[in-house]
Design a protein around this ligand. Structure first.
Ligand code: FES
Ligand SMILES: [Fe+2]
Length: 412
């Protein structure tokens, strides 16, 4: 059965919850969605100097991003070519060598295997060391400082990929002359990664109910944001989606800065770059890392102006983290929902029960306040973003998986 049949966005507006539970679908996601899409790895501010590195994930594959002597960036599968140990187990740092902690094979910043313990005694100097170097991620590109990688050599350029998301991304990324990403804070959560990605892409509807108590504690009226007539949600053909709202309707904890916006009358509320890189207008950035069908790992960064004094920096970090972080008072409401859905929908009956994606169904339109793009818009409280997210997801699942066949050379 085509994966497209897991949803009906033509007549009814519904989705099969099997997308959250099937092992077969999950394996297919790793081979089609995560192996073929541009994935967020880090921000350039996290590795400014030669020898700097960060570790990241591409789907379930661990990767290592390194700053080269010439200032360029490279990324590698963070898996030792000897027996498969993770070569680097730190979040970030600076080094000339990555030495595997199992048997001591050692790689330089360019990923080349440069040293092997007892090479003469054990391998009789016949090991083809360059041939057993780290596997390089073939494509790595940046957009306003965001670093993305892709395993698919043939993927279109990152700038083309993100063009439809520019009305959402650019106002945030150009807010300050220069920015620094702080993080990532990491934690695990029960729930399929798509629950979170879809919500950030599309769900402007839940705030008034889910966050009622947090909103009252923060002195915010989330219902006003949901009813904002000028707001818009957009969904793009490549699966990126998000919402823009009138600044006065944004909760205080989601506001940051008033400069550099492409749309002076609207501010970014929430968004998702397909498949799993999300942001809030407050300068919060997220990756929802897939960890099996029923678990995700959340990696979370806060954007601050580069060179900000301690007080400004701390105030920004506190403002964002108070609501969104492992213990954020808004975050925990969302987390509870995703974990609950994962548990409630896994039974034999529930996992076949169509879920409702009818909000704004049939009302998709263009909006002349933003440049034309491949996709449509609607009011902020809408399922349009979710429908575009899942449509793109199914398109990839129905396409060819990426199955590279890396090789290793024989002894010299
Ligand atoms: S697994 Fe890395 S040196 Fe053996
Ligand atoms: Fe929420």
């Amino acid at each position: 059965m085509p994966y497209q049949d897991l949803m009906d966005f033509d007549k009814v507006g519904s989705l099969n919850p099997e997308v959250l539970h099937s092992e077969e679908i999950y394996r297919r996601e790793l081979a089609t969605v995560f192996a073929r899409s541009w994935l967020f790895l880090t921000h350039e501010s996290q590795l400014p100097k030669p020898g700097d590195f960060v570790t990241a994930l591409m789907g379930e594959d661990p990767v290592l991003v390194t700053r080269q002597r010439d200032g360029g960036l490279k990324a590698f599968l963070n898996v030792c070519r000897h027996r498969g140990m993770r070569v680097c187990r730190q979040d970030l740092g600076n080094t000339q060598r990555f030495t595997c902690s199992y048997h001591g094979w050692s790689y330089n910043s360019a990923g080349t295997l440069v040293d092997v313990p007892m090479e003469d005694h054990s391998y009789h100097n016949r090991l083809d060391k360059p041939g057993w170097s780290l596997l390089q991620v073939p494509r790595i590109e940046t957009y306003h400082g965001l670093v993305f990688g892709c395993w698919d050599e043939e993927v279109p350029p990152l700038a083309d990929y993100l063009a439809g998301a520019a009305p959402l991304l650019d106002p945030m990324l150009t807010r300050y002359e220069d920015v620094e990403f702080v993080g990532p804070m990491k934690w695990r959560l029960v729930g399929n990664w798509k629950l979170a990605a879809e919500q950030f892409a599309s769900d402007g509807y839940h705030g008034g109910t889910t966050h009622a108590s947090a909103a009252s504690a923060l002195g915010t009226d989330l219902t006003a944001m949901g009813k904002d007539e000028n707001s818009l949600q957009l969904g793009t053909a490549l699966g990126h989606a998000g919402a823009l709202v009138t600044p006065a309707h944004l909760p205080l904890t989601m506001r940051q800065g008033e400069t550099g916006a492409a749309l002076p009358e609207l501010r970014v509320a929430h968004m998702n770059v397909f498949p799993n890189f999300s942001a809030l207008g407050s300068g919060l950035f997220r990756v929802w890392q897939p960890r099996g069908t029923g678990e995700m790992e959340i990696w979370s960064w806060v954007m601050v102006p580069a060179g900000a004094d301690d007080e400004t920096r701390r105030a920004l970090l506190n403002k964002v983290s108070l609501s969104f972080s492992a213990t954020g008072i808004v975050e925990v409401d969302d987390s509870e929902n995703w974990s609950e859905i994962q548990a409630a929908s896994r039974g034999h009956i529930a996992r076949r029960l169509p879920l409702n994606y009818q909000m704004g169904f049939g009302l998709d339109r263009d909006d002349d306040r933003i440049p034309p793009f491949d996709g449509k818009t609607g009011h902020m409280t809408n399922d349009i973003g979710a429908r575009y997210f899942y449509t793109r997801w199914a398109e990839l699942l129905d396409g060819e998986p990426l199955t590279p066949a890396p090789s290793g050379p024989a002894l010299l």
